[in-house]
Design a protein around this ligand. Structure first.
Ligand code: AGP
Length: 631
């Protein structure tokens, strides 16, 4: 989620562009850049926040009333000066900023290099500016942009200027937001309205497949075939604080609702319907030679990321038929672990900066393990420590309580599991002599992954209503907001969800909550149950392990018999456990290892709602930091 600003008008562009970037900084801030056109083009880019860019510009003139600027949230290519936007063509005439992912950038890059284009960055974005340059001969800027975009696949929100046409700004959108600011004699483009507020409240929202050509006398919206589109001018009613949160009261709620899009971003370009391969660059090339002999996997993480790792450990051991364990990095790194040759270490970290996870990765590197990382922040410390990995592309996660990162971690690990199942040598029989499991139903898993965003959307709509506040989660939160203890129970893939649901409640409502294996209840915790103890039971019917539903049903029976107040997370149409529960939250069916994503959403919302009812700020809970960079 990058921040984009463009301006064409009668005023100096520089202050307008920098001011706009600052109001978009929450969208991503690992590097930034600006290009302004007067007679010629002046441009500067800098790693770091907008303030670093301003420092770099301090002694330079930036004349001109046409320009573009960008604050980056890296997806392809480390955060660096050279990878920062704007990107420039070979002749230094065209400048472009981009928000999104160009999926076919590798093939386009090869094609353009064969035609003599020289690339300086590692980004997918730079391909676009050279493609526009290629089509610029014999065409004007908007025609060149149209032709280039018709050759591109993936998501984009772009703004383009050229010093050969200093009275023109072109922008186009497909999948990444772009909004136009309208003011007499001045026109603006931005990735969201926050950048436009100080100048105008008259806006036009571009839709996918639309583009705009602006000059100082007006603008024209068309599709990529130059067919004119009439657009309505709307008036912004929000204030800045609301806009940064997309109209949500807190970043946490915004990020809970971003999960369908975030999961789509994680899936983008990596799995395709009907294909029984996954596209993971970290499993290409020489890693292939190292991985087949992997004979065990060690997953390392903390907090919510550790919960995602527990889900993956269960899945990977079941599918890959090698020992897989998931360790709390903080404990692992100090217990003199033994790492056998042939160990693959998978570290999971949203921030990529968690000190304990970083320490554990450094240790397993020394001990000879091969390292993959599941990280959200591109170019973060852990991302640079590992040998390869899978970026989440979930966008910045601002709320301290991790939500969309968790869903994307489980999604990424499911994709990685598919990839590993193709590489690891599973032909050898198990030590017991038994054959390894038959080939997995790749197509079914890929199809389920591809409809996961839709099912997440369905859960969100089914359990919570932001405006009316009449959803089932509101009812439960109002009734139980003053309780002092909660118990969360789950089995198998959903034991980690019991832990995750409890962690969410603890960290933002400050209510003591414990996640427990439902099977372990009879070994002591059952003594806790009484009518003052709300018990959340995650109990989807598990088509892959039907026995576990029956067992958790008997666990639920034990809880009910002792007066526990049950909140049951069940599949649609459940008839058994839902009859024992005081509140029933239904989720759609999916594969057992993807249920954790759907089951966690009501628990995220329950924790959020109770925290708000108790007067807490869910975005900044006491005693906590978003990234625990200390031990
Ligand atoms: C989860 O809601 C917490 N914010 C915390 O447990 C977090 O998951 C943990 O600190 C790990 O962070 P990381 O994913 O950035 O490494």
């Amino acid at each position: 989620m990058c921040g984009i600003v463009g301006y064409i008008g009668t005023k100096e562009a520089k202050p307008i562009l920098l001011g706009g970037l600052k109001r978009l900084e929450y969208r991503g801030y690992d590097s930034a850049g600006i290009a302004v056109i007067d007679q010629a083009m002046s441009q500067v880019k800098s790693i770091g926040k907008i303030s670093s860019l301003e420092k770099k510009m301090a002694n330079q003139e930036f004349p001109g009333s046409l320009g573009i600027a960008h604050t980056r949230w890296a997806t392809h290519g480390q955060p660096s000066d050279i990878n920062a936007h704007p990107h420039i063509d070979c002749q230094g005439i065209i400048a472009l900023v981009h928000n999104g992912i160009i999926e076919n950038y590798q093939s386009l890059r090869q094609l353009l290099m064969q035609e003599g284009h020289e690339f300086v960055s590692e980004t997918d974005t730079e391909v676009l500016v050279h493609l526009i340059e290629k089509h610029y001969e014999g065409n004007n800027l908007e025609q060149a942009v149209q032709r280039a975009l018709l050759q591109s696949q993936g998501a984009y929100g772009i703004v383009v200027v050229s010093s050969s046409e200093p009275n023109k700004l072109v922008a186009a959108r497909n999948g990444s937001p772009l909004v136009l600011g309208i003011k007499k004699g001045e026109y603006f483009v931005a990735s969201d309205v926050a950048a436009l507020l100080p100048y105008t409240r008259q806006v036009i929202y571009l839709n996918d497949g639309e583009m705009v050509t602006m000059d100082r006398d007006g603008y024209k919206v068309t599709n990529l075939f130059n067919q004119k589109i009439d657009k309505e001018i709307e008036k912004i009613k929000w204030d800045l604080a609301m806009i940064e949160k997309g109209g949500f009261p807190h970043f946490m709620l915004k990020e809970i609702y971003e999960q369908p899009q975030a999961i789509s971003n994680t899936l983008s370009g990596r799995v395709k319907g009907g294909q029984n391969i996954v596209h993971l660059r970290s499993l290409d090339g020489d890693i292939i030679k190292k991985l087949p002999h992997i004979n065990s996997i060690k997953i390392l993480a903390c907090g919510t990321s550790w919960h995602a790792g527990l889900v993956a450990a269960f899945l990977m051991e079941k599918v890959l038929r090698i020992p897989v364990t998931c360790e709390q990095a903080s404990e692992f790194r100090y217990r003199s672990p033994v790492i056998q040759p042939g160990t693959l270490a998978i570290s999971i970290s949203q921030s990529g900066e968690t000190a304990d996870t970083k320490g554990a990765v450094e240790l397993v590197k020394e001990l000879g393990a091969y390292n993959l990382g599941i990280v959200n922040v591109v170019g973060s410390t852990i991302a640079r420590l590992v040998d390869g990995g899978v970026y989440l592309h979930a966008g910045p996660e601002i709320g301290v309580a991790s939500t969309k990162a968790f869903s994307c971690q489980v999604t990424a690990l499911s994709i990685l599991n598919l990839g590993l199942s193709k590489i690891l040598d599973r032909s050898q029989p198990l030590p017991s002599g038994k054959p390894r499991v038959p080939d997995i139903d790749f197509k079914k898993i890929v199809d389920e992954l591809l409809i996961l965003p839709e099912k997440v959307e369905q859960v969100l709509k089914g359990v919570y209503d932001i405006k009316s506040k009449r959803g089932i989660v509101h009812k439960i939160a109002e009734e139980l907001q003053d309780k002092n203890n909660f118990l969360y129970l789950g089995r198998g893939y959903n034991y980690p969800i019991a832990l995750e649901g409890a962690l969410k409640l603890k960290e933002i409502s400050y209510i003591h909550a414990e996640g427990y294996s439902a099977a372990e209840m009879k070994h002591g915790p059952i003594a806790l149950i009484d009518k003052e103890m709300p018990v959340v039971i995650i109990a989807p019917s598990d088509s892959e392990e039907p026995i576990s539903y029956d067992k958790i049903a008997s666990n639920a029976e034990v809880v009910r018999a002792r007066g526990g107040r049950i909140i049951a997370i069940v599949n649609e149409g459940d008839k058994i456990i839902s009859n024992m529960a005081e509140w029933v939250i239904e989720i759609p069916n999916t594969l057992a290892h993807l249920v954790p994503i759907l089951a966690t959403i009501p628990l995220q919302l329950l924790a959020y709602e109770i925290a708000v009812l108790r007067g807490n700020d869910p975005d900044m809970p006491r005693n906590l930091a978003k990234s625990v960079t200390v031990e």
